[in-house]
Design a protein around this ligand. Structure first.
Ligand code: ADP
Ligand code: MG
Length: 335
């Protein structure tokens, strides 16, 4: 990574891990971190007593494109873990940035910052790039119980997915706002945030089950009229995805919770795991995009000539170590 502003020919999924600081409650209850970042790429599970008894289930050291320790700012996570992928939308390449992790591990905290920084950078880029005219469009949706809702529209109806021969899956009647300026983005982001909190008794309960997608479309055309040159217009989308809590995809449910599996397990999240695993092995094989709403909606910006970054968030405390290790196994499969 690093180097030029836009990395246009790297199809790998860029996978990073972010640890959040322990919070006040965790510290005061005597919880301690089980994890040590030994360099920028490697994280080690340091609870030796558990390691020896569970050795067959989980590895102890995990290597990724980047590890962000609990002292790292969201700005740093963005610059090193998401910026190249986000900015590639300006040169016509579809991109997706995910936050994956258990509830309360910092997905929303991380994605909110990344989305704001990325949109600022996209604005900076198009202001400097005088050779083309740009149009930016903004939309936002939530997937909850395999039902899609427009976060820019107060009416609560569920939106249908349609197959378009040219554009792939489209979300019918999804609001698309043409952006006027940077303040407009800020206003729309707060509308989404408010919308996401409507209609549910517990915000945490809902966000642990739902996926939020903020989508920016960047269209541009060359200012010089080049007769017969179809490459003079470009259109691409970048998705910022705040996923449901990864405990919704956990394979290791105890016998007692198995009865509730239907409502507990999140189909879109499970399918996303399969899609990402298959993409990282063989991008040209059969990829089961059609098995969930989330993967259908994201199909045109996953796989093929697209850019993907996954930021896996973990709670470093001992009491969450099993979920953290599940998250790291997911992250390992994405590489
Ligand atoms: P999630 O979306 O994964 O459920 P949140 O983003 O809501 O988790 O984070 C849970 C809490 O932890 C929030 O109060 C958030 O402000 C805080 N938090 C998360 N990550 C960090 C961080 N890196 N630094 C400081 N506070 C954080
Ligand atoms: Mg959240």
């Amino acid at each position: 990574s690093g180097g030029g502003l836009i990395r246009c020919n790297d199809e790998r999924i860029y996978v990073s891990v972010r640890l959040r600081p322990l919070n006040h409650n965790e510290i005061s209850s005597g919880d301690v971190s089980d994890w040590e970042c030994i360099n920028n790429n490697t994280i080690v599970y340091k609870n030796i007593s558990l390691v020896s008894s569970e050795r067959s289930t989980y590895p102890n050291a995990y290597t990724f494109d980047r590890i962000f320790g609990s002292e790292c700012s969201t700005r740093e996570v963005y610059e090193k873990g998401a910026k190249d992928v986000a900015i590639s939308v300006c040169c016509g390449i579809n991109a997706t940035i995910f936050a994956y992790g258990q509830t309360s591990s910092g997905k929303t905290y991380t994605m909110t910052g990344i989305t704001e920084y990325a949109i600022q950078d996209i604005y900076n880029y198009i202001q400097e790039y005088q050779e083309r005219d740009f149009i930016l469009k903004f939309s936002a949706m939530e997937i909850y119980n395999e039902s899609v809702r427009d976060l820019l529209n107060v009416d609560n109806t569920s939106l249908r997915l349609l197959d378009d021969p040219e554009r792939g899956t489209i979300v019918e009647k999804l609001t698309e706002e043409i952006l006027n300026d940077r303040d407009h983005v800020t206003r729309l982001l707060s509308v989404c945030e408010a919308q996401r909190q409507i209609g549910e008794t517990s915000i945490n309960e809902r966000s642990s089950r739902s996926h939020q997608i903020i989508r920016l479309t960047v269209e541009s055309s060359s200012r010089e009229i080049l007769a017969g040159n179809s490459a003079s217009t470009l259109s691409a989308i970048v998705n910022f995805v705040d996923l449901a809590g990864s405990e919704r995809a956990s394979q290791s449910l105890s016998a007692g919770t198995r009865l509730k599996e239907g409502s507990h397990i999140n189909r879109s999240l499970l399918t996303l795991g399969t899609v990402i695993r298959k993409l990282s092995k063989d991008r040209n094989g059969h990829i089961p995009y059609r098995d969930s709403k989330l993967t259908r909606i994201l199909q045109t910006s996953l796989g093929g000539n697209t850019r993907t970054a996954v930021i896996c968030t973990i709670i470093p405390s001992h009491s969450h170590s099993e979920q953290s290790r599940n998250t790291l196994l997911f992250a390992s499969c994405a590489k």
